[in-house]
Design a protein around this ligand. Structure first.
Ligand code: PHE
Length: 355
């Protein structure tokens, strides 16, 4: 065996190395030269054909080539691996001085939050949350509430009509009737109903053609005006602060008799007079009364056996008072800067709470 073929193989390897660009090329080269059927391995297999005196010289030369090739492959492999690591480190570099990425945390709409607070309070008193329809019939919105077609009090609520009989509900009171009917004349009924209502008002700082109401209704045997008063007193303290008092003023609603308007003592000036209470010391927050016997009867309840109270309040107004919001339209224009002012605080309250 000629030692020149050993040199040729060495030379061929050195040449082939020049075109190695990737780790994979190197691995192929390694197999080609040092693998089981590789070129250097082939040289070793030739040993058996040599004379005893040639063997050591030949063996030494082949070993040299093998060490040479193995060394280069190891070094180049290490070089490739280092380069890959460098590139990865570079790609994954974290610049700890970069400002963090901000992501927007949502916050409950102040109106939703107010409705939920009010719901929680009444659920705590054993009320159930009922729902009705925003598109109603004239019958449920008016007639069954003791407001026959020609009743002048219909003018109290400017109505959006789809037809003579179909309208957008002007208040949540139709849910009273629907709930009583579904109870089929048997008490007790104890519900609140939050929802959207619609009136043909021109929008301004205190009016919106669409706003929210929460209706309350309790019907059972022996329900008295004092039950209504006690309930609303608790409500005022829960929502507006423990020192609040309420005041009932005689009023008129066709579906309640007697009817009252309910005021709370001003949480801002505590009765001294300020702009929130228009110097009266009192703030009107809801309408209420004892369910009219006609309403009970039309809904299938015996007015000689059952009595009840009902109230209707506007969460828009409650939220405006509570958070010092001056324009009702803020609730409906969806300006994120407005809503962001009402982020929940860690103690479960809300930034901007004025009470
Ligand atoms: N439905 C009345 C309104 O919208 C409020 C109300 C509800 C009054 C229940 C008395 C009893 O003005």
């Amino acid at each position: 065996m000629e030692t020149s073929s050993i040199d040729e193989i060495r030379h061929a390897f050195d040449e082939a190395l020049k075109s190695v660009e990737h780790k994979k090329d190197l691995q192929d080269l390694k197999v080609e030269y040092l693998g089981k059927k590789g070129k250097v391995t082939g040289l070793m297999k030739e040993m058996k054909n040599l004379s005893e005196e040639d063997k050591p010289v030949y063996g030494q030369k082949v070993n040299e080539v093998r060490t040479h090739i193995q060394g280069i492959i190891d070094d180049t492999l290490e070089k490739f691996e280092n380069e890959a690591l460098e590139a990865q480190l570079k790609a994954e570099t974290i610049d700890v001085s970069l400002p963090g990425r901000r992501f927007q945390l949502g916050s409950p709409h102040p109106l939703s939050r107010t409705i939920e607070d009010i719901e929680d309070f009444f659920i705590g008193l054993g009320y159930r949350v009922a729902e009705g329809y925003e598109v109603e019939t004239d019958y449920y919105n008016f007639e069954a509430l003791n407001l026959p077609k020609s009743h002048p009090a219909r003018d109290m609520q400017d109505t959006f009509y789809f037809s003579d009989e179909i309208l957008l509900r002007t208040h949540t009171s139709p849910v009273q009737v629907r709930t009583m009917r579904s109870e089929k004349g048997g008490g007790p009924v104890k519900i609140i109903c939050p929802g959207k209502v619609y009136r043909r008002d021109s929008d301004d700082a205190t009016h919106s053609h669409q706003f929210t109401q929460i209706e309350g209704l309790v019907v059972d045997e022996n329900i008295r005006m004092s039950d209504l008063k006690g309930t609303l007193q608790l409500f005022a303290k829960e929502i507006f602060g423990p020192d609040r008092e309420i005041r009932l003023r005689p009023s008129y609603f066709p579906f309640t008799e007697p009817s009252v308007e309910v005021d709370i003592s001003c949480f801002n000036c505590r009765g001294a007079g300020c702009s929130v209470c228009k110097d009266s010391g009192w703030i009107e927050i809801l309408g209420a009364g004892m369910v009219h016997p006609n309403v009970l009867e039309m809904a299938g309840f015996d007015p000689d056996k059952f009595s009840g109270f009902a109230f209707g309040m506007g969460p828009d107004r409650v939220a405006m008072l509570k958070y010092g919001i001056e324009d009702i339209r803020n609730f409906y224009t969806n300006d994120i800067r407005f809503i962001n002012q009402f982020k929940p605080t860690e103690d479960g309250g809300v930034h901007n709470e004025s009470i």
